[in-house]
Design a protein around this ligand. Sequence first.
Ligand code: SF4
Length: 125
Amino acid sequence: MNKDMICIVCPVGCHLSVDEHNHVTGNKCPRGEAYAIKEATDPRRVLTSSVKTVFNHMPRLSVKSKEPIPKDKIFDVMNCLDRILVSDPVTIGDVIIDDVLGTGIDIISTKSIDLRYNGTKDVIA
Ligand code: SF4
């Protein structure tokens, strides 16, 4: 059975279809073919979320996956993020979880926590 999707690689938004032999139709360029085959065989998404911290001026720290995560692992990774409590200052780009759930992909900070602007650390848990 064919898988239908809209190409999100560029704003044109071609309607793509992939058959069981990974033959792609509807694409106006090769990038759409590559996107459709990847989406049909190994769909992935960059995960953006946040984790709890002990800092009262920034109770949640925004994070993201450094690379796209397999779509079927996203729910499990979200559950994993729910259990994280950051207790040290971090800089944007720092690894918050290394190799999350054995995916080989790190969860990194997308903000910094700087105690100079607050100086206190309230332990929540
Ligand atoms: S197939 Fe090519 S032209 Fe069409 S949306 Fe994808 S990238 Fe853009």
